[in-house]
Design a protein around this ligand. Structure first.
Ligand code: MG
Length: 250
């Protein structure tokens, strides 16, 4: 069931989104060779808690940390670890959610660690751009498939693939709500978008094939072919004035 939010609730969600966005940015600027992913997780947790909010992911379904931190061929749900030390040339996807005054904000971005190659940079740029292609279609009266298809077309035109086993989602009082927001699909198909819907749009883009596998820890999700993957996400509200990105901070 899709839960529509009032204008007031969307205002509250902007606060959760701002906290999630700032936490993500703080972790992103700390990405450098020699730092562990556990240290990045600590930056995220401390900032969110300093705002009186809670990390959405901590203990969610048993997830043991505040952020998902996914390096290189890890697509999503990487578990922060003191033993995972970043190296020059790595790409680092960080996914952060904050729960504040009853609502979640959810966002993610992929960061460069030191000097990365042009191939990795192009992957990051394409993934980020595809998110904005999707957001452009997050208009009342459109359908989910319009968002999905815009992302898929943008990515595949650049010879990358979109992950299919994991998708975006509604977000609000619960971290994961209806509807699902796939990164592939057919224009004009799927749930109709209405003002008051709040959704997390989150393309996961692979250099190689779209196939992924989940490791034995039951979280870490890697590309099946071992190639690089990137991930960008915003929480977006659909309003009569178009899409508003809720996960924003100065
Ligand atoms: Mg999400």
């Amino acid at each position: 069931m899709v839960v529509l939010k009032t204008t007031r609730e969307i205002e509250i969600m902007k606060n959760a989104g701002r906290i999630a966005s700032k936490a993500l940015k703080l972790a992103g600027v700390a990405v450098e060779p020699g730092i562990s992913t556990l240290e990045l997780d600590s930056i995220v947790r401390k900032y969110i808690e300093s705002e009186g909010a809670k990390p959405s992911f901590l203990n969610y379904g048993g997830f043991p940390a505040s952020a998902c931190i996914s390096v290189n061929n890890v697509v999503i749900h990487g578990i922060p670890s003191k033993n995972c030390i970043l190296k020059n040339g790595d790409i680092v996807s960080i996914d952060v959610g904050a729960f504040f005054e009853g609502f979640h904000g959810d966002n993610a971005a992929t960061f460069a660690c030191g000097d990365i190659g042009s191939e990795a940079q192009k992957l990051i740029d394409t993934t980020k751009e595809s998110l904005y292609e999707g957001i452009k279609k997050a208009q009342s009266g459109n359908r989910i498939g319009d968002i999905s298809n815009a992302i898929q077309r943008y990515v595949e035109a650049r010879s990358y693939s979109v992950v299919r086993d994991f998708v975006g989602h509604g977000v609000g009082a619960k971290l994961h709500e209806d509807p699902s927001v796939p990164n592939y699909g057919t224009p004009g198909r799927g749930v109709r978008l209405l003002s008051g819907m709040t959704i997390a749009i989150e393309p996961m883009v692979n250099v190689g094939a779209c196939k992924v596998k989940v490791l034995e820890d039951e979280w870490t999700t890697v590309t099946a072919d071992g190639k690089l993957s990137a991930h960008f996400e915003h929480t977006v509200a659909i309003t009569p004035n178009g899409a508003i990105i809720l996960t924003q901070s100065e």
